[in-house]
Write a new protein. Sequence first.
Lengths: 690, 104
Amino acid sequence: MSSSDNNSGPLHPIRILSPVGIGDTSIWISGVTPRADVTVRQRSNTLGNRGAHASVLEVPISPVTGPVHAIARLGGRSARSPNVLPIRDPGEPGPSTPAKSEVNYGTFSVPVHSTPQGDDGGFNAPLRGELYAPSDNIPHRTAPLVIMAHGHWPFEQADLDSHRGYAWLGEHLASWGFLFCSIDLSTVNRESRYPQSLQQWARAEVVMTMIDCLLDDSTIHPGVDRNRIGLIGHSMGGEGVVLAQTLNRQRRSPYGIKAIVNLAPTNYRTEVSSEGTSYFQIHGSMDRLLVSPSAVTGSEPRFNGFALYDRAWRRRSFAWIEGVTHDGYNTVWWPTSGELGVVGTLEAEEQHVVAQSFITAFFADEILGQTDYRGYLRGPGLPQAAKQIRVQRQHQDSTVEITDDFGDPNPQYLLEPQQPRQKDVNRRGQPVTVDGFGVQFWNLVDHLDIPTSVHVTHGLDIAWHTDDLTLSTGLDRLIAEPDGWLCIRAAIHYDEVDNEPNEEFVTAGADIDLTIELDDGSQRAAVNLSAIRAIEYPLAGWANYSVYQTHRLPIDAFTAVNPELDIRNLQWLRLRPNGVANSSGWILIDDIEFETISYTPASTISMLRAHRVGGGYGPPSDFIDAEIITQLNERPDETFGFQLRNDQTYTASYAMFQHLRSTLANRSQIRLGYQWSGPTVREIVRVIRA
Amino acid sequence: MPVPRDEWLRRRKAARQRTLTPSLESCVLTSRPDGSYDVNIRGTDLYLIGAIPIVEIGGRPVSRVTMEGHEFIKGIIDDGAVGEPVKVELDPENPLTTKIEQVS
C-alpha cells in the first residue's frame, strides 16, 4: 500500500460533506491525506483546525455563519475544498408565517376494498381537516402539499380530535412553505373492527379524496401543486398513506406524490409496500408497540413497523431514535398515554423538534429539490436537535451497484431471489469467503429466524473470538465514482440468555469497529468505519432489538489513503475487525453496495421521442414523469427518460437532448447514466458518447 | 459512540420497569335496541400496549372497542351469556381474562 504523502504531486483533493448548517460547530471533511493539517475557514477567518487522523474526519469549529471552505496542508503541499454555503437548520422555523384554518368538504361514501380479513370501506366518512398554510413570502402561485394521517386512538371522545394533535408539525412545515392538512380519520377508526378489518384501504381513500378536494378548492391560498405532494402517516395511518400511494399509482393521471413519511407505523398488512416514491421512517426505542417481542418479531408481526422500511422502494431512509415514544407525536393523545412519564422517554416537545428536523430535511430534499438536506438523512451530519441523543440511521439510495443483498428479491430492480441462496457467491456472481483463526461461524441467515431481529431480509451472521478474520467479496471490476459512497448495512447481533444480554461476543454497550479495504488487484486502501461511526450497540428500550444501521464511507476517503487505487477497476472488498479492541464480535451484515450512477452498455438508439410537459411514459405502476423518452437496442426491455422543463436544469437537460438527437441521426453509440424509477423505467442523469 | 456497560444496563433496566398492574374487575352486557349488546368492562391500570384493543367473548370478537380513562373498556357484541369467558388483549404478551357477570 502506498501513501500519498510520499508523492511529490498535489495533495489529494478534499471536500466538505454536506450539509453544513448555520450554527454548526463541527464539519465533516473527506478526501484528506492522513497526517495533513486541516483548517476550516469562513472567508479569511479560521473557524477551527485538526490534524487528520483519518481520511474522513469531523473538525470542531466555531459556529458557522457564512460560506466555508477547508484547506489541508502536508509537507509544503496543500488542497482547498470548494466553498460550501450553509443552510438553515431544518429544526428552525422557516421564513413564512403559518396561518391555521379549517377545511370541510362534507362526507363521501368510502369505496369497498376486499381484504383477506374482510371488507374495508362501505360507510360514509367526513372530509375535513386542520389546514396550516404559509401566509407570506410565497414566491409561487402554488405550494407543495403535505397530508397528515393520524392513527387509531381507543378513547372515542378524544379520537374526535386526533387530527388536531399535530399542530407543532403543521406550523413548522407551513413556515417552510408547505400547505399542511391534518385530516380527520376518527370515523374510520370507529369502523376498525379487529380481526375483521382495520380499514387501511379506507384511510387511503380518505387521503386521496382529501387531496382531490384541496386541489379543487379555489379559496385556498396559495393553491396546491399537484406535482409536489408529501404524505405523513402515524401508527395505523402509516399503512394508510402507503396504500394511498398505491391508489395514486392506479389512477390514469397520478399525483406527484414525491415522498412518504411514516411515524411508528403498524404492520398489520404485510403486503403493503411503498412504491414509486421516496420513503422515510422514524421509530423510537420507547415506542409502546415494541414492548412485546412476540408482536414485533414473531409469526404475526403486527407491530413490526420496521418491516415497512425493508419493503419500501428507494430512496429510503430510517431514523431509529433512543427515547422516542409512540404517542408523543400527537399532543391530543399524549396526556392519557401510558408512555407519559416512563423513565427513558423523551419529553414530547423534544420528540417534536427531533421529528420535525428530520421530516423537514426529507421534504426539503425530495419535494423542494434542496438536495443538501439529504445529508441529514444519510449522514454523517445531524440536525442540531438530534446531536445530543442516540440516532441510528439507514439510508439507501436508488443509484447503487449492488455487490451483495444475500439473495433477496428486489421488485424495484427486477431482481428475482437468488436460487439457490449461497453465502459464498454474491449478487455479482463473485466469490465470498470468510477466513481466519478467529471465525466462530458465518452463516447465511433469514432474519425471521432471529428472535431479536426486526428485519425482513436475509443477511450474513458472523461471530469471531480473535481479531483474525477477513471477509472478502469479489467486485469484478466494479466502477465507483470519486464522489460516491460505499454502503454496508450492519448491526450488532443482540441476543439474550436468561433475560440478560448475551455478552459472549460483545460487551453490553460496546461498539464494533471494522476496517474496510478496497483492492483493484494491485493497489489497496483501507478506512475504518469508526472514522465516521462504528457499528453501535443496540439502543436501550422497552425491549432490545437488532436494528440495522447503514455505514457509509466516501470513496475519496479511500483514494486519499492511496491515490494509486483505481476506483474504476475494483476487484475486492475486504472487511476485518479493527484491532484487539474488537477481538471478539457478533454482527449481522446485509446490502453491501456502492452508491454511484448505474450505466447502460454502449448502444445505438432504437427510439427517441419528445412531448409536452405532463405526458410521461408508462402505466401508473411503472411510470416516469419525463418529456424526453428513449430506448436502446442493447436494453430493449427498459425505457429511459428525463425532464426538459423551464427551470434551473434546462440548459443541461437540453444539451442531453441534443446529444441523443445527434446520436440517433448518426447511428452512433452512447452510454446512459441513470437512476431507477420503476420496474422498467429509468431516469437519465448523464449521457456519455461511447 | 459506545456506552459504558453499567450505563447501558442501567438504561435497559430503567426502561423495563413497568409498574402497571392491569386487571379486570367485571364485565356486564346490556341489551341494545337492535338486539345486540353493549359490553361494559371495568378494571384498573388498563393501558394499551398496541394499536387497537382486542376483546373477545367466548372467542367471538367484540366490535367497536373503545376505552374510557384507564378503568373502562366498551364495545358491542351480538350475544353473550353469564359465565362466558372474556379476554382483553391490551398487551399481546399479557392478555387479561374475566367472565360475564351479568346480562340485562
